[in-house]
Design a protein around this ligand. Structure first.
Ligand code: GLU
Length: 505
């Protein structure tokens, strides 16, 4: 029988969750949804030297903003496998139990080497031109561990409470094969695999042991994670094998890297061309905060849509998807092996598509804070909605509504020099003065009436340049439909602006 789909996102709280991490969470979430399974958030905090204050809360907040909600896990409610933080899970002795089992069967051993001794080993190997020095079947022979020491000596050291780690006993030359959903068959010789530390001297399990124990205990069906874990996977296979759990282990899927726009490496958190974090992240170890997608004006729906298409596609040309829509068609088989290049311009385009999906009323609510900040707190809801309707076509972000339409609220202080130099003179001015007389006589002030009046005046008086009129009213040479703009500015204020323009030009 196929196992129930249960996947997990298992970040370590070592910093803010960047967009690569969010994409991993997203693919897990989508896969669980697609198969009606469970999605778990597990916090892998066994490396206490790398613990960063605030990181766990950040991860939770970021997932919430993105709408990627686990149905079990830290910050999202307990399920049958609580607790979901490894540091808390350790209390039950669960990791040690598995390590002991490996020791008892000879597949793991105690190593008593001090850090000086390990250092010395590394130097020795480097001097002998060994490319990647590691603790393995050969080098362990010269070290102090329960393979080289006598049983009595080992007992003595343990009884004395000498610090030790537990290492995996990796065979010297054995083929390790495993199937990755995304990469297919992977074959590695065990000579490439080091004798991984499973339990550290502080009694904490390493990631390697802890995630295996938890994946088994939490009945995880698929481990979907970043490509950076692929090199560790052969060692993990051995651990499952030696625990007699190879048939129960999750299926593996290693997601491709997200590459920077130049395609020459993975995205760095110091990238300056676009945000890397979903929400602004202040690392307590650094002076300057990293600005997030949220704070840069992205809609979460746009952000996750962009992420979903990094390494996956639906097999059609469709690009705009809600999470629900993607979840209906998502599968790991369609995830590519090769790195996915991130295109920040395309991300802005996505935001624009989502912006256009919002009603004017919704946009007005989002834009209102900017208006208040600019000193326009007393505008009517209707006015703000009309404003948004006029400027939204061009904008990719709501905050751009100000730059694209501030002339609706603020009288011009200057007039586009190029247009004026080319098209303005005394004759043109005389024509416009007559046009404005006609505007003044209008009973009704809306875009339609203004248009009619302008057309009639053109027939009667001769050609009137629309762009010149735009500059007279707004100061700038481009913008939304001018008659709409004039209608929104209102009769009194528009006429006032013409008057000022005539006096200044
Ligand atoms: N704790 C690991 C990380 O931070 C999890 C890797 C995995 O999903 O197995 O990425």
């Amino acid at each position: 029988m196929e196992k129930r789909v249960r996947v997990r996102f298992a970040p370590s709280p070592t910093g803010g969750l960047h967009m690569g991490g969010v994409r991993t969470a997203l693919f897990n979430y989508l896969f669980a949804k697609r198969h009606g399974g469970d999605f778990i958030l597990r916090i892998e905090d066994t490396d206490q030297t790398r613990f960063v204050e605030g990181a766990e809360q950040y991860i939770i907040d970021a997932l919430k903003w993105c709408g990627i909600s686990p149905n079990e896990g830290v910050g999202f409610g307990d399920g049958p496998h609580k607790p979901y933080r490894q540091s808390e899970r350790k209390a039950s002795g669960i990791y040690k139990k598995y390590a002991d089992k490996l020791i008892a069967s000879g597949h793991a051993y105690y190593a008593f080497d001090t850090s000086e001794e390990l250092d010395e080993m590394r130097k020795r190997l480097e001097a002998a031109k060994v490319v990647a020095p590691q603790y393995n079947a050969i080098t362990r022979q010269n070290m102090r561990n329960s393979i080289t020491l006598s049983a009595e000596e080992v007992q003595k050291l343990l009884a004395e409470g000498k610090p030790y780690v537990v290492r995996l006993n990796v065979p010297r030359n054995e083929e390790i094969r495993f199937n990755d959903i995304i990469r297919g068959w992977v074959v590695v010789n065990s000579a490439q695999v080091d004798d991984k530390v499973l339990l550290k001297s502080d009694g904490m399990p390493t990631y390697h042991l802890a995630h295996i124990v938890d994946d088994i205990e939490m009945q995880i069906s698929h481990a979907v994670r970043g490509e950076e874990w692929l090199p560790s996977a052969p060692g993990h296979i051995l651990i499952y094998r030696y625990l007699g759990l190879e048939n129960d282990m999750p299926k593996l899927a290693h997601l491709p890297l997200i590459l920077n726009p130049d395609g020459n490496g993975k995205i760095s958190k110091r990238e300056s061309r676009f945000p890397v974090f979903p929400l602004s992240w202040k690392d307590p170890r650094e002076a300057t905060p990293f600005i997030g997608y949220k704070e840069s004006g992205y809609f979460p729906e746009a952000f996750v849509n962009v992420l979903a298409l990094l390494g996956w596609n639906p097999g059609t040309n469709e690009e705009i998807f809600s999470l629900e829509e993607i979840a209906k068609v998502f599968d790991l088989e369609r995830v590519h092996k090769s790195g996915a290049k991130f295109d920040p311009e395309k991300a802005k385009w996505f935001n624009q598509q989502y912006l256009r999906k919002h009603s004017d009323k919704e946009l007005a609510a989002l834009f209102k804070p900017t208006l208040i900040e600019k000193g326009y707190g007393n505008l009517s809801e209707q006015f703000i909605e009309d404003y948004c309707r006029l400027v939204k076509e061009k904008a990719q972000f709501v905050h751009e509504f100000w730059q694209y339409g501030s002339f609706i609220l603020e009288e011009p202080t200057s007039y586009d020099e190029k247009v004026m130099a080319k098209k303005w003179n005394a004759d043109v001015k005389a024509l416009f003065v007559k046009l404005v007389d006609k505007f003044t006589a209008l009973q009704k002030w809306d875009a339609h009436e203004l248009h009619e009046c302008f057309a009639a005046a053109t027939t009667e008086l001769g050609k009137l340049d629309m762009q010149v009129m735009r500059v007279l009213v707004t100061g700038v040479a481009g913008g939304p439909q001018l008659f709409d703009v004039m209608a929104l500015i209102g009769k009194e204020k528009t006429l006032e602006r013409f008057k000022t323009a005539f006096s200044k030009n």
